[in-house]
Ligand binder design. Structure first.
Ligand SMILES: [Zn+2]
Length: 83
């Protein structure tokens, strides 16, 4: 009997928002990205580890690390847009 362990990172875009990019210096649309780390067993994600957040400029592709509050900000904006 043997086991195949591994780690996998899944990234997904959780929202879009506008802000001034520090590289382009323009008001551009950024994607908010949530990266979830998973412990895998036989290539199947079993246990989720911590998430990390980042933003990506849709114009120049600049990726910056973001704080976990990003998720609340993006989902809060999405709720506000729906109301
Ligand atoms: Zn940019």
């Amino acid at each position: 009997m043997f086991f195949l362990f591994g780690l996998r990172r899944q990234a997904k875009v959780i929202g879009q928002f506008e802000r001034t990019c520090s590289k382009c210096g323009r008001q551009t649309v950024h994607s908010a990205i949530e990266s979830q780390r998973w412990f895998t067993l036989f290539f199947i994600p079993v246990i989720p580890f911590g998430s990390s957040y980042s933003t990506r400029c849709n114009l120049c592709g600049l990726v910056l690390k973001a704080s976990p509050e990003l998720k609340a900000q993006v989902s809060g904006k999405a709720l506000a847009a729906r109301a």
